[in-house]
Design a protein around this ligand. Structure first.
Ligand code: U5P
Length: 226
């Protein structure tokens, strides 16, 4: 069984806390020890947003801002690598082929962003398809996919299950609002739809949620089932 886990930057490193990174690494190692092939894609979180905001004030263009974001995701990926044992490929995978080679060798592969114009949500979805993953897990700062932004709308309802096509329909209007943070972005949703990828979106603040979802199929997030 092959699993790709997308770990949001705000989930892995909302601040620099070794314990938190270790807890995520421990879950990745537990899954690897349980016989799963694992690749993880790490996001940039608040640190990326801070750098991007500052560089925007300095006049950087959007591609330059994305490049800064990618660099931050790779630094976060290095933190996770630092916490993982000998089964991890020690280099941050720079493309899907690097990551795929590592996974096929039996190593844990960690990657961040790869190219401007997207987020690590899309990287995780494309990687999951590339390595023929059985399951894609988004460990995010929101505990699933809602019909509206739960941080600003009290009446927002969480979906327990969606078809990939429904996921696209739900996140499409959210991603058009500037600054809106859909739990999974539109490009990722479209890649999930195209690949028919079994996906779970869950609250990754406690990495145990990832472990229970993968090992026991138990979670309180949203199941995307083709
Ligand atoms: N980013 C990219 N391309 C990628 C991944 C990330 O340009 O393949 C940039 C985007 O600006 C994104 C930021 O907002 O890095 C942080 O990634 P994420 O945490 O939003 O996924």
């Amino acid at each position: 069984m092959r699993v790709v886990v997308s770990i949001g930057g705000s989930v892995l490193a909302p601040n620099l806390d070794a314990r938190r990174v270790e807890d995520h690494a421990a879950v990745v190692e537990t899954l690897a020890e349980a016989g799963y092939d694992i690749a993880a894609v790490v996001g940039g979180g608040g640190v990326a947003r801070d750098y991007i905001g500052t560089a925007r004030d300095l006049g950087a263009n959007e591609v330059q801002l994305d490049q800064i974001g990618i660099d931050v995701t790779r630094i976060n990926a290095r933190l996770l690598i630092a916490a993982l044992g000998s089964r991890v490929d020690p280099k941050v995978a720079r493309d899907y082929e690097d990551a795929g080679d590592a996974v096929r060798r039996g190593d844990i592969s960690i990657m961040g962003g790869i190219m401007p114009g997207q987020t690590t949500d899309a990287v995780a979805a494309a990687l999951a398809e590339y390595v023929d993953a059985d399951l894609l897990v988004y460990a995010t700062s929101v505990d699933g996919v809602y019909d509206a932004d739960p941080s600003s709308q009290d009446e927002a309802q969480k979906y327990t299950q969606l078809l990939p096509t429904e996921l696209v329909d739900v996140v499409a209007p959210m991603s058009r609002d500037a600054g809106a943070s859909a739990p999974v972005d539109l490009l990722a949703a479209k890649l999930i739809q195209r690949a028919g990828m079994r996906t779970i979106v869950l609250d990754g603040a406690d990495p145990q949620h990832i472990e229970s979802a993968v090992l026991d199929g138990e979670h309180n997030g949203t199941d995307i089932i083709p």
